[in-house]
Design a protein around this ligand. Structure first.
Ligand code: DAH
Length: 347
C-alpha cells in the first residue's frame, strides 16, 4: 500500500459522507496493518505511513478545509478519533515488540543455576609461613621487634664479626655456597645480630626470621635450604637465667603442655657459655635439636662497639622447620620444599 495512490480521492472529496467513508476504510486498514507489524522496521513503516507528517491521517486532516464549515467540527472530531486509534495501535505494537525483544534476550542469557560451577581452589599460606608468623607474634607480644637482613651475606657479617676468623675450625660447619671470595649465601641468621647492633644502641630486643643455606647432605632432618629465627636481647644485667626463661616461655606458648625441653652445653664462637636445646614431642622417643643459644660473647659486643662491662646479652638461633615438625608430627624435613599438594593442603 503506497501513500501516493491515496490522496487522489481527496481532491474529489467534498462531503462529510465521503470523508466518513474514507475514515472508516482507513480505520479498517489501520487495524490489519497494525496486526501485520512484526519487526521494528515494519513498525517504523507503519508510523510513517499512517502517523507521519505526510501520512494518511495527515492527508485526511488536509481535506477538512474542503468541507462545508458546519461539518468541519464533526469531521475534526472523527479525524482526531482516527488519529488516537492509530497512535494507540502504534504504541501497543511497539510495546509488544519491545517485550518480544526482551523475552528473546532473557531466553538467550538465561543462567541455569543448577549447572555445576567452575571450581577455583583457594590457596593458603605454606605451613612454614604460618609457623613463622606464629613465632613472630609470640615474640612481638613479649616486646621484641622483627628485624631482617640479606640472604647474600659478606664474610665479615657471617663469620668475622661473630668471632669466627678465617682459620677457625667452626667455619667448616657453616662454610657454604660462596658467590665470590667475600660473599656467600648466609648459613645462619646470626649475621643480623651484628647488623642490628651496629646500627642501634642497647637495649636491643629483636628477632629475625629468614632463609638460610648449608652444605648439609639432605636427610630426614637436614636440608640445604631451611629457615631460622634469630633472637637477640642485649641490655644491662641479663643472665643465662633470663635466656632460659624466655625459651621456656616461648616453648610453652608455641607447643602448649606435654612437650619436654632439654638444655645442654655446646660451643659457638659467638656465645659464652653456649647451649643447645632439644625437644621431645609427647609420646615420642627421639629428641630433636631446635636451637643453639647462649650469652653473647664479649668479643662480639666489643666488635659492634658495645661495652661488655656495661651490658650483657643472650641470643638464639631456632630452626623453623624443626618447630613445625615437632608440632605437626612431620618426620621428614624434605616435604616442606617438595610442593606436594597432598602435604601442603593438610595445613
Ligand atoms: N647460628 C647458629 C647456627 O646456625 C645458632 C645459634 C647459636 C644462634 C647460638 C645464636 C646463638 O644466636 O647464640 O647453628
Amino acid at each position: 500500500m503506497s501513500i501516493a495512490a491515496f490522496p487522489a480521492t481527496i481532491g474529489a472529496m467534498a462531503t462529510i459522507e465521503e470523508l466518513k467513508q474514507e475514515i472508516s476504510s482507513l480505520a479498517a486498514k489501520l487495524e490489519s496493518a497494525a496486526a501485520a507489524v512484526d519487526s521494528s522496521q515494519a513498525l517504523e513503516a507503519f508510523r510513517v505511513e499512517y502517523l507521519g507528517r505526510k501520512g494518511r491521517v495527515a492527508e485526511l486532516f488536509k481535506a477538512l478545509g474542503q468541507l462545508p464549515p458546519e461539518d468541519r467540527a464533526t469531521a475534526g472530531k472523527l479525524l482526531n478519533e482516527l488519529k488516537s486509534r492509530a497512535t494507540a495501535l502504534f504504541t501497543a505494537r511497539e510495546e509488544e515488540l519491545n517485550r518480544a525483544v526482551l523475552d528473546a534476550q532473557l531466553e538467550r542469557e538465561r543462567v541455569d543455576l543448577t549447572l555445576p560451577g567452575t571450581y577455583h581452589p583457594l590457596g593458603h599460606l605454606h605451613l612454614l609461613t604460618q609457623v613463622q608468623a606464629e613465632i613472630e607474634s609470640i615474640f612481638l607480644r613479649m616486646g621484641f621487634d622483627v628485624a631482617s637482613g640479606p640472604e647474600i651475606e659478606t664474610d665479615y657479617y657471617a663469620f668475622e664479626a661473630l668471632n669466627i676468623p678465617a682459620d677457625h675450625p667452626a667455619r667448616d660447619e657453616w662454610d657454604t655456597f660462596y658467590i665470590d671470595d667475600t660473599h656467600l649465601l648466609r648459613p645462619h641468621t646470626s649475621p643480623v645480630q651484628i647488623r642490628v647492633m651496629k646500627s642501634t644502641t642497647p637495649p636491643v630486643r629483636i628477632i629475625c626470621p629468614g632463609r638460610c643455606y648449608r652444605r648439609d647432605t639432605q636427610d630426614a632432618t637436614h636440608s640445604p635450604v631451611f629457615h631460622q629465627v634469630e633472637l637477640l636481647w642485649v641490655e644491662e644485667g641479663l643472665s643465662l637465667a633470663n635466656l632460659k626463661y624466655v625459651i621456656e616461655y616461648f616453648v610453652h606458648e608455641f607447643f602448649g603442655p606435654g612437650y619436654e625441653m632439654r638444655m645442654s652445653g655446646d660451643f659457638f664462637p659467638f656465645t659464652e657459655p653456649s647451649v643447645q636445646v632439644h625437644m621431645r614431642a609427647p609420646g615420642a622417643t627421639e629428641w630433636l635439636e631446635i636451637m643453639g643459644a647462649g650469652m653473647v660473647d664479649p668479643a662480639v659486643l666489643t666488635e659492634v662497639g658495645y661495652d661488655p662491662e656495661a651490658v650483657t646479652g643472650f641470643a638464639f638461633g631456632l630452626g623453623i622447620e624443626r618447630m613445625a615438625m615437632l608440632r605437626y608430627k612431620i618426620d621428614d624435613i624434605r616435604v616442606f620444599l617438595q610442593n606436594d599438594l597432598r602435604f601442603i593442603t593438610q595445613f
